[in-house]
Design a protein around this ligand. Structure first.
Ligand SMILES: *[C@@H]1O[C@H](CO)[C@@H](O)[C@H](O)[C@H]1NC(C)=O
Ligand SMILES: *[C@@H]1O[C@H](CO)[C@@H](O)[C@H](O)[C@H]1NC(C)=O
Ligand SMILES: *[C@@H]1O[C@H](CO)[C@@H](O)[C@H](O)[C@H]1NC(C)=O
Ligand SMILES: *[C@@H]1O[C@H](CO)[C@@H](O)[C@H](O)[C@H]1NC(C)=O
Ligand SMILES: *[C@@H]1O[C@H](CO)[C@@H](O)[C@H](O)[C@H]1NC(C)=O
Ligand SMILES: *[C@@H]1O[C@H](CO)[C@@H](O)[C@H](O)[C@H]1NC(C)=O
Length: 338
């Protein structure tokens, strides 16, 4: 079954006609009894791990894909200014409430364990876009790595039926390919085909609960707002999101025992950009140039910023602030509890 955010509440709705059924099964997914969240994706989702590649991952990298159960199970989530791409906790940490506090957190100590295999800078597959760095782990390889090392290590620790798989990807793909000379709807269909090949692998391991996040309004980054022709533009973002919705619906149609949830992050983030004051945000057009300075929390004015970072929508040229991640996570949680 495919569940989508109620369209009536949203300013920009996904094409529900192509997105399949929107009801949820009676005996379906239950967030309150969910014990673990396994995440895949890019910098929007990555968390720093003590056994991770600094600034990029929770565990390993493309040159160090193998790890033992012991390494995974003793790995800890780091929380500090440089441990996410937002200068503070991100959406999966807020959603699970795992790893929010400053310092180190063992996922196993959390009521909802967060096992995060997202890699900052990841695209879906090297078949379509090049790696950002030679050590970057693409989404396809995150899932391969999980199959080989993560799942065997976790299967005695967490139960697949009490686990939610969360995937937020495509942000780098659409940016990296924005100027390609391709037919974009076809291209986005191909890259989301590759994504769902990996999702099939996860399903094959016994995971039945899926949360997909669609693309944010990337045509509204500070850089794109300043351009007469944003790149990617709104049409490209919409095309990608339609391809994702169609694939999610097809996956749900094929696997009747799977709970497939597609959260309309695009609409929700667009609503925050449209009415920022409701969320305590005053700045949607720029980011604070001193965002990565160690003293930014107190000395923001020294960097030409009239307000603290949590009054900004954008943290830097391509990432939202931790405050926006918190708002989003609360909305995702309310929606999961529906
Ligand atoms: C991680 O990022 C921080 C802040 O941007 C930087 O100071 C540090 O050198 C980076 N670490 C590595 C290993 O690249
Ligand atoms: C964050 O924690 C990591 C790992 O403990 C450490 O290497 C890094 O220097 C810390 N960054 C800050 C800003 O404290
Ligand atoms: C990865 O790239 C870095 C610099 O971009 C280079 O120095 C290094 O040799 C490369 N590593 C491998 C194994 O190719
Ligand atoms: C966005 O870019 C695509 C690909 O270049 C183009 O076909 C489309 O017309 C553009 N849309 C807008 C609104 O500019
Ligand atoms: C938004 O942030 C930029 C960069 O810090 C700043 O120059 C601008 O004055 C801010 N605008 C508002 C409305 O706060
Ligand atoms: C998007 O791609 C452009 C050009 O390929 C690059 O300059 C820019 O930094 C990228 N933006 C983000 C947010 O990654």
């Amino acid at each position: 079954m495919l569940l989508q955010a109620a369209c009536v509440l949203l300013t920009a709705c996904l094409p529900l006609a192509t997105a399949g059924p929107v009801s949820r099964p009676k005996a379906g997914f239950d967030w309150s009894s969910t014990k673990a969240l396994i995440a895949f994706g890019d910098s929007y989702t990555y968390v720093q791990g003590t056994h991770g590649h600094q600034n990029f991952s929770f565990i390993g990298d493309q040159f160090n894909l193998a790890y033992t159960s012991e390494t995974l199970l003793t790995n800890k989530i780091v929380q500090n200014q440089t441990a996410t791409a937002e200068g503070g906790p991100n959406w999966v940490e807020f959603l699970t409430k795992c790893g929010i506090k400053e310092g180190l957190t063992s996922p196993q100590s959390c009521k909802k364990q967060l096992w995060d295999f997202a890699f900052a800078g990841a695209d879906i597959s090297t078949e379509y876009t090049p790696l950002h760095h030679n050590f970057t782990v693409s989404l396809v390889d995150q899932v391969n790595q999980f199959k080989q090392y993560g799942h065997p290590a976790l299967k005695h620790t967490i139960k697949s039926q009490l686990t939610l798989i969360a995937i937020w990807i495509g942000i780098n793909d659409i940016n990296d390919s924005a100027q390609y000379a391709v037919d974009f709807p076809t291209f986005y269909k191909s890259i989301t085909d590759a994504l769902f090949d990996s999702v099939e692998d996860l399903y094959g391991l016994g995971y039945k609960n899926y949360l997909f996040m669609n693309l944010p309004p990337l045509d509204r980054t500070p850089g794109n707002q300043a351009k007469s022709s944003p790149s990617p533009n709104a049409t490209q973002v919409e095309w990608y999101n339609s391809a994702l919705a169609e694939h999610a619906a097809a996956f749900a149609g094929k696997h009747k025992d799977a709970e497939v949830m597609l959260f309309d992050a695009h609409a929700r983030l667009g609503a925050i950009l449209d009415e920022p004051a409701k969320y305590g945000i005053v700045n949607t057009t720029n980011f604070c140039p001193g965002y990565d300075q160690p003293d930014i929390a107190v000395n923001y004015e020294n960097y030409g910023c009239p307000t603290p970072l949590d009054k900004y929508f954008w943290f830097n040229s391509g990432h939202m602030t931790s405050h926006v991640h918190q708002v989003l996570a609360e909305e995702v949680e309310d929606w999961l509890r529906r």
